[in-house]
Write a protein that binds this ligand. Structure first.
Ligand code: GUN
Ligand code: FE
Length: 401
């Protein structure tokens, strides 16, 4: 193969400081929150939504604003190595379709959802679906429009997207479950994210998010559950049986979740898990960043965080992950949640790849001959590589950054 490529003048040889890794998978991004990334991290989730986030998302009624922001965001994510991205857009149909179109034009494999939210008790009048029926109709229209985009050979797919249980009425949740079954579009939502959110669902239904979502037909093959911090062992069983998966968002969780996701337990239970930036709950566009935050969070969980507690009560032994799991979550783990044959280099798999150069200008990471094994280099990449190291990005064989 190499000789044939060389003869055709199409062979690229990696230099001694260069490494090729599979494309990164970001399972949870709020595209409209990009202008808020890096600020407004001082409030609890419920106040942050009402005071900061819903007013920002309401602005995407302005199509020109939406297109400008979404173009910048997709370019930023590609430059950070994200070849597959799962997005929440907003309630607005035209702006949500624009996000899908921008991903397609820039060559990013993308799953895009128009956000459904109709509960007048939890959503302000300036930012919600005008009615349940209208929200359901817009969701159906969105799915048809994205599937019909010119040149969309399946690179960009629509997602049924109830924001989370609190922002939806029962009739909306039932209707979205029916749409998912009818259209075979995948589902994404937030699940048991914070103390407030988890207890809201418990008091509304007397059951967990996982059980309630399953009851509405929303816990399906490849359903992407963001966060899932407070899921029980029984919830994990339901998620695994249904073939759903979890977008672990470690950086966001530090700010909004009140707890560390039990990642090791989920992995040991055989639940599909990948990583999400949760822009702008998480202030980083980088899955590499979130991989190292997943390691750090698992170590904090294992060792405990409150020095006033005695060691025996502070610790949760055996809950750490290391760089190997972080790398897997960033690539293959995310792909498995989506049922994709990506995240790994294999004959016949789509060529989604990131070219890293440890000798790039601005690199914080070096490998030393005679000192670092291949495994050491991978550990250093997981812990230290930044956008400065990313020299090229390919999605489905097309150079996208
Ligand atoms: N739950 C409902 N909406 C949101 C959101 O925009 N961000 C996060 N982190 N959690 C949510
Ligand atoms: Fe989120």
């Amino acid at each position: 193969v190499a000789e044939a490529a060389a003869r055709a003048n199409r062979l690229t040889r990696l230099g001694p400081s260069q490494y090729l890794i599979p494309g990164l998978v970001d399972l949870h991004i709020h595209a409209p929150q990009f202008p808020q990334m890096g600020k407004n991290l001082h409030l609890p989730l419920e106040d942050w939504l009402q005071k900061c986030t819903f007013p920002l998302e309401a602005r995407y009624a302005d199509q020109a604003f939406a297109e400008a922001v979404y173009g910048e965001l997709v370019a930023t994510l590609l430059a950070n190595g994200t070849t597959t991205a799962v997005y929440f857009a907003t309630v607005h149909l035209p702006a949500s379709v624009a996000l899908a179109r921008i991903c397609l034009a820039k060559g990013q494999r993308a799953y895009v959802g128009r956000v459904a939210m109709d509960n007048p008790d939890e959503c302000p009048p300036f930012y919600r679906d005008a009615s349940t029926d209208e929200g359901l109709a817009l969701t159906r229209d969105f799915i048809s429009e994205v599937r019909a985009l010119a040149l969309n050979g399946g690179l960009v797919q629509p997602v049924v997207t109830p924001r989370f249980i609190p922002s939806c009425t029962d009739r909306m949740l039932e209707g979205l479950g029916r749409i998912a079954a009818d259209t075979k579009a995948i589902v994404q939502t937030h699940c048991s994210e914070s103390d407030w959110q988890h207890s809201y669902v418990l008091s509304r239904y007397g059951k967990s998010d996982t059980e309630a979502l399953a009851g509405f037909g929303l816990m399906r093959q490849r359903t992407v559950l963001a966060h899932a911090n407070f899921i029980s062992a029984a919830d994990m069983g339901v998620i695994k049986r249904q073939g759903a998966g979890i977008a672990h968002c470690p950086l966001s969780n530090y700010y909004f979740s009140n707890a560390v996701f039990p990642l090791r337990r989920a992995l040991d239970a055989g639940v599909h898990v990948g990583l999400g930036t949760d822009i702008s709950g998480g202030p980083s566009p980088s899955i590499l960043d979130n991989g190292r935050q997943a390691i750090a969070a698992s170590r904090a969980l294992e060792e405990g965080v409150d020095p006033a507690e005695p060691p025996g009560e502070r610790r949760r032994p055996g809950t750490r992950i290391d760089f190997r799991e972080a790398f897997w979550l960033s690539t293959r783990g995310g792909a498995e949640v989506l049922g994709l044959d990506a995240g790994v280099f294999r004959d016949g798999a789509p060529f989604d790849a990131v070219l890293l150069d440890l000798a790039a200008p601005g690199s914080n990471v070096r490998a030393f001959d005679g000192v670092d094994s291949h495994q050491d280099v991978l550990e250093k990449i997981v812990n230290l590589a930044t956008r400065a190291n990313i020299k090229g990005v390919w999605a489905e064989g097309r150079k996208v950054a």
